[in-house]
Design a protein around this ligand. Structure first.
Ligand SMILES: Cc1ncc(COP(=O)(O)O)c(C=O)c1O
Length: 427
């Protein structure tokens, strides 16, 4: 439907279906648990996945399908599925690839919720995770791949310090080893970075962030391309015949076998359903993604320019900022801009962070990122609060670190609020 259209057009139209009854132009909220079978035999066909008609909203709701297809289209993928949160997206994406005894490689720069999951419930389920330095070279990644490795997992822009993964390098590793690259593209969004173009097989989003954009929905998405060869050695579950002699996912869906299995088995069995009311709000957010991202990036640059020289600020973390050893990677991966998370380290440590945050008036002190509103948080006492001090420091979470998610308000107003809150904190 959208072949040839630009991103700005597709963010408004891709995946939309005009409802045949009422002709509604805006995708309606299909708030229905299930869908009436036309007959006894029709029900059996729907359950066997042999009908274009749907059966049940747990994994197949018309409003959700439009939003999933729109995100997939913007990412350059073939299809996608929505789940209840970004966390659910990560869990489902990995559970559809790996089982007890399997191994997953990650970069050492990941959102703390993801790190908690891989150290916690996924480790208890028998999955082994191994983190390589984000700047490890291609040969080191290839050498780390084992016969049991089922995925290479990275964030395009890592939360909270903004380290940028070299997706082109990881895409080459994936092609050389037959291990799929799975990328959490939440912070970049498809407007700034499209991992599938660099060789990723699967892209994950917390749609709670910039895609939704208004801080009003929690959700997640998993989208996939169809170019990856899912080998029977690493992914036997995609090659096993289905019940009643039906062909395997690989035989039936080829390069999309992973996605078909994810939707029809993993999401159906675990049931992390995305509410269609949230999909309606998500679609409204996506319609303005490019406009918001341009403004988010411009405002982040204004904050960077104001805070880098500020005497109370020891360092600003933003891809390409002063001191970023991987600025060249950011330039290659994110030519349109590097998102809108700006993290600052205050000379005065934790006490300075407390004073700064408690004085903010416009910027809200809360957990969340990617909102139209500017938000700030001391991650060391919240998101990273369960870690020991040495673990925080190993991740670059110093006592005076504050993460700012720069919103789309007038840049001068954001900068003025940050500056008044920094007043008097100079060493
Ligand atoms: C990069 C990244 N991925 C995933 C998540 C989890 O998303 P959610 O809060 O929607 O579960 C977050 C949350 O902050 C995140 O920053």
């Amino acid at each position: 439907m959208s072949a040839g259209w630009g991103f700005e057009t597709r963010q408004v139209h891709a995946g939309a279906v005009i409802d045949s009854e009422a002709g509604a132009r805006v995708t309606p909220i299909y708030q229905s648990a299930g869908y009436v079978f036309e007959s006894f035999d029709d029900g059996a066909l729907r359950f066997a996945g042999q009908s274009a008609q749907r059966a049940y909203s747990r994994n197949d709701n018309p409003t959700n399908v439009v939003a999933a297809r729109r995100i997939a289209d913007l990412e350059g993928g073939v299809d996608g599925v929505l789940v209840a949160s970004g966390q659910a997206a990560i869990a489902a994406a990995l559970q559809a690839l790996a089982r007890a005894g399997d191994h997953v490689l990650t970069t050492d720069r990941l959102y703390e919720g993801t790190r908690e999951m891989v150290r916690g419930s996924l480790a208890r389920a028998g999955l082994e995770f191994e983190a390589l330095p984000i700047d490890a070279d291609e040969e080191r990644w290839v050498a780390a791949v084992r016969p049991t490795t089922r995925a290479i997992y990275a964030e395009s822009i890592a939360n909270p310090l903004g380290e940028v993964a070299d997706l082109a390098l990881l895409g080459r590793v994936a092609a050389r080893t037959g291990v799929p690259l799975v990328v959490d593209n939440t912070v970049a969004t498809p407007y700034l970075c499209r991992p599938l173009e660099h060789g990723a097989a699967v892209v994950i989003h917390s749609t709670s962030k910039w895609l939704g954009g208004h801080g009003s929905v929690i959700g997640g998405a998993i989208v996939w391309g169809d170019g990856f060869a899912w080998s029977p050695e690493r992914f036997p579950h995609l090659h096993e015949p289905r019940p009643h002699g039906a062909p395997s996912f690989a035989a039936r869906f080829g390069g999309s076998a992973y996605g078909a299995h994810l939707r029809a088995v993993t999401v159906l069995e675990h049931g992390p359903t995305f509410p269609p009311t949230s999909a309606f709000l998500l679609l409204h957010g996506i319609e303005t993604l490019s406009l918001r991202m341009e403004r988010h990036v411009a405002n982040a640059h204004a904050v960077l320019a104001a805070l880098e020289p500020h005497p109370a600020v020891a360092r600003v973390h933003y891809p390409g900022a002063v001191g970023d050893a991987r600025a060249d990677v950011a330039q290659r991966m994110l030519p349109r801009g590097a998102g809108s998370i700006v993290s600052i380290e205050l000379h005065g440590g934790r006490d300075a962070a407390r004073a700064f945050l408690d004085r903010l008036r416009l910027v809200s002190q809360m957990t969340h990122i990617g909102d139209v509103r500017s938000l700030a948080i001391h991650t060391g006492s919240t998101i990273h609060g369960k870690l020991e001090e040495h673990e925080r420091l190993a991740l670059g979470i110093t006592p005076g670190l504050v993460r700012i998610s720069v919103g789309i308000e007038r840049a001068d107003d954001i900068v003025a609020d940050l500056q008044q809150a920094l007043g008097g904190l100079e060493p």
